[in-house]
Design a protein around this ligand. Structure first.
Ligand SMILES: [Zn+2]
Length: 81
């Protein structure tokens, strides 16, 4: 189904509420971290994890295509390609 958009007003502090439908689709929970980026004059909001998407490690993370990955998992992936 095409997303025709949801119109919201920004409050005096610049805040908006992310619609419940979007939060459910992305499994966004209260106190989750999100990442905002500007792409072609649009604001893009992504769920952000401070852990490796594969093993949950929190150390020495690097970002690849918007996801966090640890050196060990990156090395394992490199071997499989
Ligand atoms: Zn990992």
């Amino acid at each position: 189904m095409e997303d025709r958009g949801i119109i919201r007003k920004i409050d005096q502090l610049g805040r908006i509420v992310i619609p419940i439908e979007y939060r459910k689709n992305l499994n966004l929970q209260p106190r989750d971290t999100i990442k905002m980026t500007m792409v072609d004059n649009h604001i893009v909001i992504d769920k952000y994890s401070e852990r490796c998407i594969f093993c949950g490690n929190k150390n020495k993370l690097r970002e690849y295509r918007g996801k966090q990955i640890c050196p060990k998992c990156a090395a394992e992936l490199k071997k499989k390609v």
